[in-house]
Design a protein. Structure first.
Ligand SMILES: N=C(N)NCCCCNCCCN
Ligand SMILES: [Mn+2]
Ligand SMILES: [Mn+2]
Length: 288
């Protein structure tokens, strides 16, 4: 099945199913129109798919071979160049159509800049948004655009979605004040530990949308991303949190955003691909 506003791309190397019968449905969003520092997130979806070629589909940690799971890949969104709102509208329409034909589908967005998570959240209407990010993304507007990547969590908060953020180490005083005013829970990267994560996420209403802005990781893991920040989290810290979430909360959708890069085999894409396989593996463990 072809969706409006999508086109065929490089696929994962193992057998895929049609979206109508899938549990996991991958959608790339090659948009980086509001990237404010390091460009290239438009190549993220292709770079991550290519990086998966390097990985075993068998996830040792879970004794799960994700090649045996019902995964579909519906290609990339045809973006509206320079327009984050219109592109997010297309993301929303595609995911809405996907859920119409397959209510059991769990959309997995591969970005592309973080502004595009808004379209997925608008389509899926989760009760909560759990995000790993170096940045609060709570700006009212940035570079004259309220749909800039630096504003995405504010737009989502305005939808009435409960938010919890982890790995934060960058924002403005206004964003910190907005978080306090709206009771948005967030943990600074230097204070992060698993206990802090569970304490804040346990009371969140379900379903939960899980967003990973790849810049949450330490720079050594993600040198190619839109707004890099030193002092990030370790890979297994985020995987451990993701495993808890998958075990304990209903997940409405998942994304890995802000993967940039210009060359195949980019370190950032390899980090994202490993995270993608662990998410699908954790979801597939004893659960399908
Ligand atoms: N959510 C984000 N990625 N925020 C980054 C916004 C850009 C801040 N640049 C620094 C401005 C002052 N030099
Ligand atoms: Mn972000
Ligand atoms: Mn960020």
């Amino acid at each position: 099945m072809e969706f409006l506003y999508t086109y065929e791309t490089l696929k994962l190397e193992f057998p895929l199913v049609e979206p109508e019968g899938a549990r996991f449905v991958i959608l790339g969003v090659p948009f980086d129109g509001t990237t404010s520092f390091k460009p290239g997130a438009r190549f993220g979806p292709t770079l991550v798919r290519h990086a998966t070629i390097n990985l075993e589909s068998y996830i040792i940690d879970y004794d799960v071979d994700i090649a045996e799971l019902p995964i579909a890949d519906i290609g990339d969104v045809a973006v509206v160049a320079g327009d984050p709102r219109k592109t997010a509208d297309r993301v929303r329409e595609i995911i809405t159509e996907l859920k119409r034909i397959n209510p059991n589908a769990l959309p997995i967005l591969l970005g592309g800049e973080h502004s595009q998570s808004l379209g997925a959240v608008e389509a899926l209407k989760p009760a909560s948004y759990v995000v790993f990010d170096a940045h609060l993304d709570l700006r009212e507007s940035y570079e004259d655009n309220p749909y800039n990547h630096a504003c995405v969590a504010r737009r989502i908060s305005e939808l009435g979605v409960k938010e919890a953020m982890f790995g934060i180490r960058s924002g403005t005083r206004e964003e910190v004040e907005y978080a306090e005013q709206e009771e948005i829970a967030w943990v600074h990267a230097r204070d992060y530990d698993f206990e802090a994560f569970v304490e804040l996420v346990k009371p969140l209403p379900e379903p939960v949308y899980l967003s990973v802005d790849i810049d949450v990781f330490d720079l050594s893991l993600v040198p190619s991303t839109g707004t890099p920040e030193a002092g990030g989290l370790r890979f297994w810290e985020v995987v451990e949190a993701m495993e808890w979430l998958v075990e304990n909360k209903r997940i409405a959708g998942f994304d890995i955003m802000e993967v940039a890069g210009s060359g195949l085999g980019d370190v950032t894409a390899l980090t994202a691909a490993k995270l993608l396989f662990h998410f699908i593996g954790a979801m597939g463990k004893d659960r399908l």
